[in-house]
Design a protein around this ligand. Structure first.
Ligand SMILES: [Zn+2]
Length: 401
């Protein structure tokens, strides 16, 4: 592989052509799935450009790649983060892995979420590494895995910062150190997200006793029990604003049931039923406490036992308490390049909250609109892609000590 250009447009086209579909917890086969091919491409790129990097394996075949641009004499480190994975491609109306440039846009899976942001960060980072005038701060670039399903990749990286484990002597220790501030690429249309909700997801399970459906009185129907759970959950959803006071910018905490599964056959009384819960957290809330609160409420209303599984996603909210300086510095960098933009608060979660939870002030900023993310004809505007590249580059050149 030869990287001939550091233009964000050319980089984005190369990134789209390398499938990195997140299987979203499903069992899948086929080489479009997982980040493996993209991870190797990134490793080759940093090898070829002689840029220090490390690979952090998160689970078999899935890894974060972290690269470093060291600034002589600098004492602070900026982290730029973008995730490698995309959502699946079923139902897309354009070829997902054949990047197409048309009328000032680039089309393809990940163009907007978030290979566009990744291309902009990579382009800025490669320029910083090669520039005659180095950046004012060290710059770490993390290309992380498994954002769309679990945020497990970034959590592993953040956990790493809090360990004092020894690391290989031939690797720059900065590659292992916690950065001082972080910018996370997601489509924000060049606004800056400085607050968002968190999320915890888990299953609630009801059990019963199976028997033939012709004599249902001899069994206990787990689906009927789940029906009772659902009625109580609807009441609880109405009560949430009294449990956690609504955030002035993000609104109230919410709860939603997204999946229900139960029963084996129409002629058997079901002995098992489960639902999947999506509980959105607002700043000040914490996932485990939110689960416990619901568990106690359900138990106070029901006369049978329910089971809560361990959560497979538990991401804290991003609070706007600690990132004010970073947010205003970034907005000042944006203005001369792309005009005046705003700080915004959004309901969806990002890598910013696990990074912030590790003690690193974090904001989210990138090209593209969330309205085009995950869509059947995903695209990004080239003008925004190029502006974002320049903004990442200029922000890293400036001192944020
Ligand atoms: Zn994304």
């Amino acid at each position: 592989m030869q990287v001939t250009s550091t233009s964000p447009v050319e980089l984005l086209k190369q990134l789209i052509a390398i499938p990195s579909v997140n299987p979203m917890g499903q069992s899948v086969s086929g080489d479009i799935y997982y980040e493996t091919a993209l991870t190797s491409w990134l490793v080759n790129l940093f090898e070829e450009q002689i840029i220090p990097y490390r690979v952090q394996e998160v689970s078999p075949g899935r890894a974060n790649v972290i690269a470093l641009c060291r600034a002589p004499g600098a004492t602070k480190t900026i982290l730029l983060d973008a995730h490698q994975d995309t959502v699946p491609v079923e139902g897309m109306t354009i070829p997902p892995f054949e990047p197409t440039e048309k009328e000032g846009r680039i089309y393809g899976r990940g163009a907007c979420d978030v290979k566009g942001g990744m291309a902009a960060m990579l382009s800025a980072f490669l320029r910083l590494c090669k520039a005659d005038n180095p950046p004012a701060n060290h710059v770490l670039l993390s290309l992380s895995c498994d954002e769309e399903a679990t945020l497990g990749g970034i959590q592993s990286l953040a956990d790493d910062w809090l360990k004092t484990a020894t690391h290989p002597v031939d690797v720059d220790p900065l590659l292992y150190q916690r950065p001082d501030i972080a910018i996370i690429a997601e489509p924000t249309e060049l606004d800056v997200i400085n607050a968002h909700k968190g999320v915890v997801r888990w299953k609630i399970v009801t059990s019963g006793r199976a028997c033939h459906s012709s004599v249902p009185d001899q069994g206990t129907n787990a689906i009927y029990r789940m029906g009772q759970v659902l009625r109580v959950l609807e009441d609880y959803a109405q009560l949430l604003p009294t449990i956690a006071e609504a955030h002035p910018r993000l609104g109230p905490a919410t709860i939603s049931v997204g999946v229900i599964k139960g029963g084996a056959s129409v002629n058997i009384v079901a002995d098992h039923c489960e639902i999947e819960i999506d509980r959105r957290l607002i700043p000040g809330e914490e996932g485990d406490a939110a689960r416990q609160n619901l568990f106690e409420y359900l138990n106070s209303q029901l006369d049978f036992e329910i089971e809560f599984t361990e959560p497979w996603v538990n991401v804290p909210p991003l609070a706007d308490a600690d990132n004010g300086q970073l947010c205003s510095n970034l907005l000042k960098t944006i203005e001369p390049i792309a005009g005046s933009h705003n700080e915004i608060a959004v309901p969806f979660g990002t890598h910013a909250s696990p990074i912030a939870a590790a003690g690193v002030p974090s904001v989210v900023f990138g090209p593209g609109s969330i309205a085009q993310a995950h869509t059947k004809d995903e695209w990004i505007e080239i003008e925004q892609l190029e502006q974002a590249t320049e903004i990442y580059y200029q922000f890293c050149l400036q001192s944020h000590a």
